[in-house]
Design a protein around this ligand. Structure first.
Ligand SMILES: *Cc1c(COP(=O)(O)O)cnc(C)c1O
Length: 458
């Protein structure tokens, strides 16, 4: 293997996330030198179309002019200040805008610095709320199978993707789990157009049994992303919200991945017309520039903490970079772009185009079980058998092999097991959507033409 100088030095010391480092022996890290729009350029000048928005964070392209300018201006003015007892204009303006844009009733904004820590904040707030409302028995969280909420221990506890949390089971919180929606393999044989969400009964059963001890239900609205872009209808969220009210349980909407326009609306909860008790936002919040997250909550929650100091009811949680001014000014510029450049409307045109093209291209390909899409997220689920929907065994790493073929062709298409997905920056143009779909399709076909999987299927 011919490694560049930087690749060698990387492998000497860097431990990469979400990676078996031994894989890098035959597939070394790609050194990216430059990003521009939807493209990344490696040290040899090779160009990659970023179809996954660099781990779902980028919205308006790499090295975006407007955002870079906002960042640089802020950097010359104020880079950081302790956020206890101090504040600054970017955080204030950002909080005002977020309150205006998120579902009605989310009037309070708590800052943190990444998705997982936003989840920890929401879990802790919900628990402490109930303690202070004299409900000390409420100390368990209810979450769904196939949920993903990050990888710190609290977030892992409410996660349901075995790949990430299995080894840590002895360390995790004792949560209640309910089977989540699974529309592709619907156990009730409903279709997306004819679905009255009978699967909500799985949650209801758990609430009937455990509501007394449950403080909150946490969910990823509309798309269980890390589990393989599993999509479900807004009616499920609506029912969930009703159940939360009925059983006196908080609803935590984890919009870390789906917020900021990914599902077609600025926030996914809008589509169900609901206001959760907590909404966690990160990833797209800064358009992929800097780590920042917020937990939005209601006046009702806020007031349960508001008292004389001696009552010891304050929410004592902080991160060194809480409300970082650089990150806040970048997030403000992101919201300005949404406003001034009519992004949600433009995205609607692009996502309609992508749906038509991709459905045409993928539906008849062998081993493509389903092409599904919500807003600016499209997913291709590969299966061994289209009739029975039998998945490929995960150890075959079908998605990973196709990912490598696509990279050769200049398309960055990271897989989630047997699911490949498109989550492009919003600045993608229609002819680039064509190209993205074509390259993905070519890569899938090339893999199955050359692999022994074919033989085993017959
Ligand atoms: C990515 C993600 C998180 C975790 O965010 P990090 O910034 O990676 O810690 C939490 N929830 C969801 C739904 C996510 O997709």
């Amino acid at each position: 293997m011919n490694l560049s100088n930087l690749q060698k030095r990387d492998l000497n010391h860097v431990w990469h996330p979400c990676s078996q480092m031994k894989d890098y022996e035959e597939f070394p890290p790609i050194v990216i030198k430059k990003g521009e729009g939807i493209y990344l350029y490696d040290e040899n000048g090779k160009k990659y179309m970023d179809a996954v928005s660099s781990w779902w964070v980028n919205l308006f392209g790499h090295s975006n002019q407007r955002i870079s300018q906002a960042l640089s201006q802020q950097a010359f003015n104020l880079e950081h200040v302790i956020f206890a007892n101090f504040t600054h204009e970017p955080a204030i303006l950002l909080a005002e805008k977020l309150v205006a844009y998120t579902p009605k009733g989310l009037n309070k904004v708590f800052f943190a610095d990444n998705g997982s820590s936003a989840i920890e904040v929401a879990l802790k707030m919900s628990f402490q709320y109930h303690m202070q409302k004299n409900k000390p028995n409420k100390k368990r969280f209810l979450s769904l199978t196939d949920a993903y909420h990050g990888e710190t221990l609290g977030a892992l506890s409410v996660g349901g993707v075995g790949l990430y949390n299995e080894v840590f089971q002895p360390l995790l919180l004792n949560t209640v789990r309910a089977q989540g929606p699974d529309c592709y393999r619907c156990p009730f044989n409903q279709t997306p157009n004819h679905c009255d969400t009978p699967c909500i009964s799985f949650v209801e059963e758990q609430l009937e049994k455990h509501a007394e001890e449950i403080t909150a239900i946490i969910i990823e609205p509309l798309i269980q992303a890390a589990a393989g872009m599993k999509m479900y209808p807004p009616s499920y969220l609506k029912r969930l919200k009703e159940l939360c009210l009925q059983y006196d349980v908080h609803l935590i909407a984890d919009e870390v991945a789906v917020g900021f326009g990914r599902t077609g609306t600025l926030f996914a909860c809008e589509q169900a017309g609901i206001t959760p008790d907590f909404m966690c936002l990160s990833k797209g919040l800064t358009g992929g520039y800097l780590p920042l997250s917020v937990v939005m909550t209601t006046d009702n929650v806020y007031e349960a903490f508001y008292d004389d100091y001696a009552s010891m009811k304050a929410f004592l949680h902080s991160h060194s970079y809480t409300g970082n001014p650089l990150a806040c000014s970048v997030a403000l510029e992101v919201l300005n772009i949404f406003e001034e450049e009519n992004i949600i409307k433009e995205n609607h045109v692009k996502s309609t185009y992508m749906r038509e093209k991709a459905s045409q291209e993928f539906s008849d390909l062998p081993y493509v079980g389903e092409y599904r899409q919500i807003g600016m997220v499209g997913a291709i689920e590969l299966v061994r058998d289209k009739e029975t929907k039998e998945p490929f065994p995960s150890k075959e790493r079908v998605g990973y092999q196709i990912y490598r073929i696509a990279l050769e062709k200049g398309l960055l298409l990271r897989p989630l097991g047997n699911v490949l997905y498109f989550m492009p920056p919003y600045v993608i143009k229609t002819e680039e959507i064509d190209k993205m779909i074509q390259l993905a399709s070519d890569s899938i076909q090339e893999y199955f033409k050359n692999s022994s999987v074919m033989m085993r299927c017959f």
